[in-house]
Design a protein around this ligand. Structure first.
Ligand SMILES: Nc1ncnc2c1ncn2[C@@H]1O[C@H](COP(=O)(O)OP(=O)(O)OP(=O)(O)O)[C@@H](O)[C@H]1O
Length: 592
């Protein structure tokens, strides 16, 4: 499946400045530290450029004139300049890294927050592995830009500027030769930068692909082993891994090439200085001190350039990461709270009304067509129908995980799009078939981190027949739930999910009945808990076993997204339509 993010390959061509602008709001939070760091650039660059000048002064002055005292003074000044430069450099580095890591942490938080608000349809199109890559390695790549001192690029640029000025003041002809070399080097850096960026962008896409495969295979390891897919899946993994490797090799090539070329040019520059400057020394047009200073200058000039090339590798990865992070940040939050949300009163009755609702996951391919029904407060309604009829889609719309294409859904007369989502969730308890448990203790899994007391959690667990079981656990309510609840049975997970709903006491309950068969004892506990949970509440139950819903007030029979029958069990049996035949089929299966 092609995701939106993949389509954004052209992002690799976005200008770096446009990308940097996205960092501006983050950087401005730490304005003061950044201003201090930037103001250190000028003294740092001057301290850097002054060193060759001091060497020149020492050679042409005290050394030439046998002035030992003068030489020692100059050495002391040189030493102090180096010490001052190192201190300023350390201070600047510390500030930049500190701010950088804070910015990275802020981006990580914002990205996480944004992802948690994105609509379910986004998650339908985007594999989990890709998202995890964004949240881990992309944010890390961005952090590396700061951690490796790559932002020192600004001080490198400032150093080049100041060195150029000092060189011109000393000898314009030699200075011109060195400065002219900067242009082809910059051209090379820009070329390799572009190529590296392209290769790196693709390498990261391959990495996400690899992560997706890894994620799927780890989550689905049971199925992989049961169906003996290990060999085939390893082959698939190897293919993607090879593709990733090839792409990484390309990035390594561009990275090494730029370093080698720069090294070569740096030595050419020293050679050039010796060639031209040496000739001038022989003709007495240049002093030894000036020649030495220029050899040092050429080193000092090319060192920052070399570092620029090295840093650009990290910076390019950072840019790629920003592009990809932006790819997520630019995903619109489709389900938003209205500007002035309406509120359901605390005395809300729990009436539900679907008004001519039509919906499709893909445009034009409707899975629910013109649904039009109302559920009275306190009424219990079952949704039945063959697989793929649209039952789960009905509750996804009611929970506002998706929006209808046409029509509207009202709770107590208020369109759910006019409600704050929090308000909707407070009035709506949803229990899904596949109960998701978070790592943490049992109590937290009931309260889900909300402010419920221990007594409330226990009361909910008691009402839902699971208190005794929890007390028997090694640490009772403080027992840690293993990943995704692997230390709990299917029935226990169901009861825990009921307790989660019970503690919130919503007006409306939506239940996707578990399909797996349970032993008679657990089945009884669940039925009893369910009856208590449903008491006094409006409920929609997706029933997979018709025998369990004989007592509901009304049954809606869905077929290919349309309500084809509606009525009580007895009415539908008398009508002898689709429900009656589904029911008879189930009875026959139960007997045989
Ligand atoms: N996330 C999705 N993206 C695209 N199509 C989907 C998605 N979820 C469901 N569908 C399609 O929508 C239709 C209705 O699915 P839905 O899950 O609502 O059916 P259901 O009646 O609950 O089925 P079951 O009883 O098997 O759970 C099906 O054709 C299904 O393939």
């Amino acid at each position: 499946m092609v995701t939106l993010i993949e389509k954004k390959d052209d992002r690799a061509n976005q200008s770096d400045w446009r990308l940097l602008r996205r960092l501006k709001p983050y950087a401005s939070r730490y304005r003061l530290d950044l201003i201090v760091a930037l103001s250190l650039l000028a003294p740092l660059s001057i301290a850097n450029a002054i060193q060759p000048v001091l060497v020149q002064k020492a050679i042409d002055g005290p050394i030439k004139n046998n002035d030992i005292i003068g030489l020692r003074w100059l050495c002391l000044v040189l030493l102090l300049t180096v010490a001052a430069r190192l201190m300023l450099q350390a201070w600047e580095g510390f500030l930049v890294q500190k701010v950088g890591q804070r910015i990275t942490a802020d981006i990580r938080n914002d990205l996480f927050h944004h992802i948690t608000q994105l609509s379910t349809s986004f998650f339908d199109r985007t594999p989990v592995g890709r998202l995890v890559t964004r949240l881990t390695s992309d944010v890390e790549a961005l952090g590396d830009v700061f951690a490796t001192g790559a932002v020192g690029i600004f001080s490198d640029l400032a150093s080049i500027g100041v060195i150029a000025i000092v060189m011109f003041l000393m000898r314009w002809d030699l200075a011109l030769m060195l400065v002219l070399l900067i242009f082809p080097i910059t051209g090379l850096i820009v070329y390799f930068q572009y190529e590296y960026r392209k290769a790196n962008f693709k390498a990261r896409e391959r990495l996400s692909e690899l992560n997706s495969i890894l994620q799927e295979n780890i989550i689905g390891v049971g199925i992989v082993q049961l169906f003996r897919r290990q060999g085939k899946n390893s082959e698939q993994h190897q293919k993607v891994n090879d593709r990733y490797l090839r792409q990484v090799n390309k990035t390594i090539f561009h990275d090494s090439a730029v370093s080698a070329v720069l090294e070569w040019i740096a030595f050419m520059a020293i050679g050039g200085v010796l060639w031209i400057g040496g000739g001038q020394v022989v003709q007495n047009n240049l002093t030894f001190g000036e020649l030495s200073a220029f050899i040092l200058f050429s080193q000092q000039l090319f060192n920052p350039l070399r570092q620029l090339a090295e840093k650009f590798t990290v910076i390019q990865s950072g840019f790629t990461a920003i592009e990809r992070i932006n790819g997520i940040m630019d995903q619109p939050i489709e389900v938003r709270d209205p500007d002035q949300p309406m509120h359901l009163p605390a005395t809300s009755q729990g009436e539900i009304r679907f008004e001519h609702v039509t919906f499709g996951y893909k445009p034009g391919d409707y899975v629910l067509k013109d649904l039009d029904f109302a559920i009275a407060p306190g009424e219990k309604v079952a949704l039945v129908g063959p697989t793929g009829a649209g039952k789960s889609s009905v509750i996804r719309l009611l929970s506002r995980l998706y929006e209808p294409n046409q029509g509207r859904i009202l709770i107590d007369g208020v369109d759910i799009r006019d409600l704050a989502q929090q308000d909707l969730r407070r009035h709506l308890g949803v229990i899904l078939q596949d109960v998701f448990l978070f790592s943490g203790d049992v109590r937290t899994n009931i309260s889900l981190g909300e402010d419920y007391s221990q007594a409330e959690a226990i009361a909910a667990a008691k009402m839902m027949n699971i208190d005794e079981f929890i007390r028997d656990l090694p640490q009772g309510y403080e027992t840690q739930v293993r990943q995704r609840g692997s230390n709990l049975s299917g029935g226990q997970k169901q009861l825990l999910a009921f307790a989660r709903a019970a503690i919130r006491s919503p007006k409306i309950l939506v239940l996707d009945e578990a399909t797996s068969s349970l032993d008679v004892g657990t089945e009884y506990l669940i039925q009893q808990a369910l009856e208590r949970l449903l008491e006094g509440r409006t409920a929609i139950i997706i029933a997979h076993r018709l025998s369990t819903i004989r007592n509901v007030d009304r049954i809606l029979v869905l077929k290919q997204g349309e309500v084809v029958e509606m009525g009580s069990h007895d009415q539908l049996m008398n009508a002898d339509g689709m429900y009656a035949s589904l029911y008879q089929l189930e009875m026959m299966n139960a007997v045989s």
